[in-house]
Design a protein around this ligand. Structure first.
Ligand SMILES: Nc1nc2c(ncn2[C@@H]2O[C@H](COP(=O)(O)OP(=O)(O)OP(=O)(O)O)[C@@H](O)[C@H]2O)c(=O)[nH]1
Ligand SMILES: [Mg+2]
Length: 296
């Protein structure tokens, strides 16, 4: 291998819900392209985020959290996550360092992985006292011969650069898979829908976020450089529609304002965002709807 050969490869980000996988992807890219919330099962699709520099390209694959799925949509989410356990160059198995070690889960994922597994201990900012980290590392290292165990904080960014450097070292020589100036292979429309859905996840509670999907109906760049976006928030029930709209439209306004801020930052332009709310009964259990939304 030559000293400065170009390196490229696929790195999947796998783990339980809510451990910080999507936060890590956004942190690595330095841009927000995937939804993050304090609620489990925020991510619903496999989403690729691309990090390119002069000498490497790493294609990160963010996945839904792996959990015991009971509903149709959740089963589709777990299947999507499991599809990213193989066919990759390196797996980042992300765990929450403050939570107990789930031995059977860790062993099972490592056994199924088709690639070396780096263990990422996230949320170390919440580990107190810091010495506790040693016993956590020791506990995990007993379960599998991890080539790397990397404690990080995806939120603060602590040690994330080191993680990326370790990946670069380990990646095979290769050519870039994607143009070097794109952050994701997904259309901007999809990312915008994600950012709107994130606001619903953050601003609503109980079953509401889980019965919500967002579709961008129109995405149009106008002559004055402004991007005009029309999107529909789909909900499962009339009562949910009322909650999403809020008193005199206050909730919908809040969702729109916050989403517009994120979309403007991402696109680097001014954005007009118009939101509609539509009831689609039991869409989370309907094949046609799940397909249309890209969840199956
Ligand atoms: N304190 C702390 N919180 C974090 C850290 N990383 C992520 N979080 C929080 O953990 C929660 C879950 O983060 P996500 O990135 O959505 O987790 P995820 O693993 O993608 O979750 P799913 O998409 O549901 O599988 C959010 O509230 C984040 O702000 C961290 O390093 N420290
Ligand atoms: Mg996620």
């Amino acid at each position: 291998m030559t000293e400065n050969a170009y390196k490229s490869g696929f790195v999947s980000i796998i783990g339980r819900p809510n451990v910080g996988k999507s936060t890590l992807l956004n942190r690595i890219l330095g841009e927000k392209i995937v939804a993050v919330s304090d609620k489990p099962q925020t991510t619903r699709n496999v989403i690729r985020g691309i990090l390119s520099d002069e000498s490497s390209q790493i294609v990160f694959v963010d996945t839904p959290g792996i959990h015991t799925a009971r509903t149709r949509i959740n089963r589709a989410m777990v299947d999507a996550a499991m599809s990213a356990v193989t066919g990759i160059d390196i797996m980042l198995l992300v765990v929450d360092a403050t939570q107990r070690i789930e031995e059977p889960f860790i062993r099972d994922i490592c056994a199924k992985s088709g690639a070396p597994v780096f263990l990422v201990l996230n949320k170390i900012d919440q580990v107190e006292p810091k010495e506790k980290l040693f016993s956590v590392i020791e506990g995990y290292s007993r379960l599998h011969d991890f080539p790397e165990i990397i404690p990080i904080s995806a939120q603060s960014g602590s040690n994330v650069e080191r993680l990326v450097n370790l990946l670069r070292e380990r990646l095979p020589e290769g050519v870039p898979f994607f143009p070097e100036d794109i952050l994701t292979d997904l259309p901007e429309k999809f990312i915008c829908a994600e950012l709107i859905r994130e606001k619903v996840f953050r601003l609503t509670t109980r079953e509401i976020p889980y019965g919500t999907a967002v579709v961008v109906d129109a995405f149009q760049e106008r002559e004055n450089g402004v991007v005009a976006i029309t999107a529909t928030i789909m909900v499962e029930r009339d009562t949910h529609k009322g909650i999403i709209i809020g008193k005199q439209g206050s909730m919908l306004k809040k969702i729109g304002q916050q989403a517009r801020g994120d979309i403007e930052r991402l696109l680097g332009t001014r954005v007009y965002l118009e939101l509609f709310v539509q009831v689609q009964e039991r869409w989370t259990e309907r094949t046609a709807m799940l397909r249309e939304l890209g969840y199956e």
